[in-house]
Ligand binder design. Structure first.
Ligand code: GLU
Length: 502
């Protein structure tokens, strides 16, 4: 058998997600155990949402967790480039081949027509999807439109009926009706590929043998398998892992749980405890005797040594932060000597990347080193210890504070880059739109972020804390103020939209 090659293929469109680390861990364990290679590929075909900052954070987070890859954009390798935005020509060649072979076709339908079509299909309660309109164009017409440079996408052909059997190593045969599968766009009008085309082409060219990914991709598998068939390639083995869940069993979401790996790093979890916990998601370490608990502490190396993909159970594993706290506490007590504790704590608290940002902010405000900790400790703490009374203010009711915090929480989500100037523009703009004096507007933000209104600039502080920690503190403050009910959230949302802040 050829060498096993697995990959993690994150899209750099946001915070580094714990789900990415979870899937990376299983890919890495599988590859290492089989003596194979684990590859990191950046899927940045969505040029609008992808950022280099997000890519950097993903790489840093996976490195922090010691999920080491053998080939990737930072390391190189024989199958590069490992960033999809640098592989455009490869996709173009492949899509041309599909069109020439009659497996894909140009589609000139306008956004308006497609919206209309969708609406009609909804009204008639039929399966939404492309109706094949551009398939009726004759060859000359297509050529004429292409020569006239009419904007168009390339769509793939899919069978109109019958079933696709997706073979999954863990789940067995999954039957999916072809009529549920849309004529997927493979190439967008800007000449960039969609996920589906780029993913299949790259998995093949990078000689990936096993695709281990989240179960949300099962419905994409028929399209992928069809593409392999069209190209005349052998498809890799597919393994769809169960999705991580919130405590209420819904898909893990940042609204209910911190999902950014950066948050866990900033909260002072040990990377080995986080990886151990991720390894317990849907997988159990074989135990040598009955007395031993299946939830024992194990290292990545132990996981690799004992790895068996068939031990993955498909029930949705709950990512429970309380359980992670408990596990991390065990690591601190059982795995670290006092000496190691001192060392690790020091490395964490004084990590240079944040010290270099904090010191310039506080230097002007201190006269002795002993002044530093009281004003800087909120940078290296968890949630500030605050109560409702901390938010009392002459000009703002508690509801006003909730509104301000919630609006900021929503607004910062769509910031493409986390940068102080951007934050400043955003917050100043919001205060103006909401017709609140900047000083008053920032008051609840100070309390939420620093726990006090006497602190370093709150915008600088948010910039240092990062989006994930800022989000967590805003959420915490909103909770302290009694939270927002579902109904309340709807009302706030419509008000937020009316303000047109984003
Ligand atoms: N870019 C996809 C993601 O962000 C990769 C999915 C896959 O592994 O095929 O999850």
């Amino acid at each position: 058998m050829s060498e096993v090659r697995t990959r993690i293929a994150p899209s750099p469109t946001g915070d580094p997600h714990v789900g990415t680390a979870y899937i990376a861990l299983f890919n890495m364990c599988f590859a290492r155990q089989m003596g194979g290679k684990f590859i990191l590929r950046i899927e940045d075909t969505d040029q609008v949402r992808s950022t280099r900052q997000s890519e950097q954070e993903i790489l840093d987070s996976l490195r922090w967790l010691h999920l080491d890859w053998d080939e990737g954009p930072d390391k190189g390798g024989d199958f590069g480039p490992y960033r999809q935005s640098e592989r455009s020509e490869i996709y173009q060649e492949h899509v041309d081949k599909l069109v020439n072979d009659g497996h894909a076709f140009p589609c000139f339908c306008t956004e308006d027509r497609l919206t209309d079509l969708r609406r009609k299909q909804q009204e008639e309660k039929i399966q939404p999807g492309y109706d094949g309109h551009c398939l009726t164009l004759d060859k000359e017409d297509v050529q004429r439109r292409i020569d006239a440079r009419l904007p168009h996408v390339i769509r793939m052909l899919v069978p109109a009926d019958g079933k696709c059997i997706v073979k999954d190593m863990l789940r067995g045969d999954i039957e999916i009706d072809w009529h549920q599968i849309d004529m997927q766009v493979l190439m967008k009008s800007d000449g960039l590929p969609t996920y589906h085309l780029a993913n299949v082409v790259d998995d093949h060219l990078m000689q990936i043998t096993h695709v281990i990914r989240g179960e949300e991709w099962i419905t994409s598998a028929p399209k992928h398998l069809k593409l392999y068939e069209y190209f005349g390639w052998e498809a890799p083995v597919l393994i769809h892992m169960p999705l991580l869940r919130n405590a209420d069993k819904s898909k893990l979401s940042k609204r209910k749980n911190p999902t950014s790996i950066g948050y866990y790093q900033k909260m002072g979890y040990l990377s080995e405890a986080v990886v151990n916990y991720l390894g317990m998601m849907g997988w159990t370490m074989p135990t040598s005797s009955r007395e031993e608990s299946a939830e024992e502490l194990f290292s990545v190396q132990e996981m690799i040594d004992n790895f068996d993909i068939n031990r993955v159970s498909l029930g949705g594993p709950v990512f429970d932060t309380e359980k992670l706290d408990w596990l991390n506490g065990r690591y601190l007590r059982e795995k670290l000597s006092d000496k190691e504790f001192i060392q690790r704590f020091g490395e964490w608290a004084f990590r240079p990347e944040i010290m270099h940002q904090i010191i310039p902010l506080i230097k002007q405000r201190v006269e002795r080193f002993s002044d530093v900790a009281p004003i800087a400790s909120f940078f290296v703490s968890g949630m500030p210890v605050i109560g409702e009374t901390d938010f009392e203010h002459k000009q703002l009711s508690l509801e006003d504070s909730v509104k301000i915090l919630q609006f900021i929480a929503w607004a910062v989500e769509s910031l493409p880059e986390w940068h102080r100037d951007r934050l400043e523009t955003l917050l100043m703009g919001m205060a103006g739109t909401m017709e609140i004096k900047v000083r008053d507007f920032l008051f609840p933000v100070f309390i939420a972020i620093a726990g006090t209104s006497v602190s370093t600039s709150v915008i600088d502080s948010m910039a240092v804390l990062g989006k994930d920690m800022t989000r967590a503190r805003l959420r915490h403050a909103i909770d302290v103020l009694g939270g927002v009910s579902k109904k309340g959230a709807k009302k706030l949302e419509s008000e937020f939209r009316k303000l047109g802040i984003n």
